[in-house]
Design a protein around this ligand. Sequence first.
Ligand SMILES: Nc1ncnc2c1ncn2[C@@H]1O[C@H](COP(=O)(O)OP(=O)(O)OP(=O)(O)O)[C@@H](O)[C@H]1O
Length: 246
Amino acid sequence: MLEVRGLRKAFGAVKATDGVDLALAEGAIHALIGPNGAGKSTLIAQLCGELRPDAGSIVLDGEDVTRLPAFARARKGLSRSFQITELCPDYTALENVVLSLMLTSGRAFQAWSNPRRDSGLVGGARRWLAEVGLGDRGDAHVRDLAHGEKRQLELAVALARSPRLLLLDEPMAGMGSEESSRMTTLLLGLKRRYTILLVEHDMDAVFALADRLTVLVYGKTIFTGTPDEVRAHPEVRSAYLGEQAC
Ligand SMILES: Nc1ncnc2c1ncn2[C@@H]1O[C@H](COP(=O)(O)OP(=O)(O)OP(=O)(O)O)[C@@H](O)[C@H]1O
């Protein structure tokens, strides 16, 4: 579904991504791992169109989207999630998902003043909230949600956009072990129904979820393989995993 070839981005002398190749199969969870500063966030930013690559190509469903702006890629189902700053803190969880549905369906300029009148939007939003385990939190304001609940809501907002490919940038960041395992269970429930590129430092979550992993070090992909192959790879063990996932 997604083919990335030779993607490069430099910030001055720092080669944040240095010829990255990546191929994602439809329905797979593909994890991108690597030490701090490896270039994972830079790669995600290039995939969703926030950063323009210096060189290389990004092909989604056979179409070269390298030069498309972020909004046009989002319309094709390629956008990132997990930026809590995107949530509207003064709106309820339900209203945030309704807003996402309205934006996706091109109805952003409809009377937002009373979205609860639109039973289709509200029903759809309630289903997404239930999907991420927030079925009983729809009326809570974002500012009153726990950190883990905000991350679950971000997932609902992302799912409401009908993504072709979910770019999940550290969904477990800042979570305790209980919240993290709840998120892992949620993502397992999405497996096969969505194609997911997962950037995550929590190796328990990564190895529980991923079909394939790509290891990035100093902007270069040093290995791609199944979880077992990655665990067994000597260079990966010394560069990143140590003994933690082995
Ligand atoms: N806007 C920027 N300006 C200058 N340097 C940058 C910028 N963004 C990233 N970098 C540098 O590019 C390199 C890759 O950073 P990036 O944030 O992509 O790594 P990462 O793998 O996501 O790290 P982490 O796991 O810590 O989030 C780092 O050396 C970083 O300092």
